[in-house]
Ligand binder design. Structure first.
Ligand code: UDP
Length: 234
């Protein structure tokens, strides 16, 4: 395998499947299967999951809720998704631990870096819930931060597109996919890979990002085995 320890970022939205809200059981099962394939090969895997399928802090204003409250609601949504993913993985016999950036000791462990690393060393999948634990951040930032903290080799950003394009492939038919880019190129071309906070954290710490299509069977396995899938930013 090309990597020893990776951090996989999954958006909450991806968990919706074709639904408008919530968790699609088929998609959840599919992700759990894909994850099991790489864990069975001995890869140390940590996951940050988003909450956009349930609530985003940005939506709070529309319903008369202030931003900080909304962000906390969004972070709780990521814990709900984390619990669902944990159950799906355990259903396949994969050992997992859910560690939360906001303490809620009835349902998961608090995030403690050393503990996360120990779980990974023991072959458990570590799911990081509640993002960074702070408002005004995103789960992309949580993914970068946690990846740096646990010294992951790479952040894999699982999306529904197969990499980074010259323009939005869902809007522009002339958009072309790029296989590899430097951090500086991404900045110069103003390409959207992650939000700026998340992106800068990776850049400053020399942590490569790979954007890939998580919905395609075996992509995750192929990626960790070293196949050129998606777009690498390094
Ligand atoms: N959030 C936050 N701090 C964090 C991570 C997330 O406040 O460190 C909140 C924020 O409101 C965000 C929501 O949780 O909108 C859900 O996360 P995100 O939008 O990143 O989920 P995704 O787009 O990946 O589904």
């Amino acid at each position: 395998m090309k990597y020893k320890r990776i951090l996989l970022k999954l958006s909450g939205e991806a968990l919706m499947g074709d639904q408008q809200y919530g968790i699609d059981p088929q998609r959840l099962e599919q992700y759990a299967q894909e994850i099991k394939k790489v864990v069975d090969q001995g890869l140390e895997l940590a996951i940050v999951i988003g909450g956009g399928n349930i609530f985003r802090g940005m939506q709070a204003d529309r319903i008369g809720i202030d931003r900080v409250q909304g962000d906390h609601m969004g972070m709780l949504a990521t814990v709900i998704n984390g619990m669902a993913l944990q159950s799906a993985l355990e259903g396949l016999g994969v050992y997992t631990r859910l560690l939360s950036g906001i303490q809620m000791d009835k349902v998961c462990e608090p995030y403690i870096r050393r503990r996360a690393v120990r779980h990974l060393e023991k072959g458990r999948v570590v799911i990081f819930g509640a993002g960074t634990g702070n408002p005004f951040f995103t789960t992309d930032s949580a993914a970068s931060l946690r990846a740096i903290e646990i010294e992951a080799d790479v952040v894999l950003k699982g999306t529904r597109v197969d990499g980074i394009y010259t323009a939005d492939p869902e809007k522009d038919p002339n958009a072309e996919k790029m296989d590899a880019l430097s951090f500086d190129e991404v900045m110069a071309r103003n390409l959207k890979v992650m939000d700026m906070t998340a992106f800068t954290l990776c850049q400053e710490n020399g942590l490569p990002i790979i954007v890939f299509d998580m919905n395609k069977a075996d992509n995750l396995r192929k990626l960790v085995e070293g196949e050129n899938i998606g777009t690498v930013v390094s």
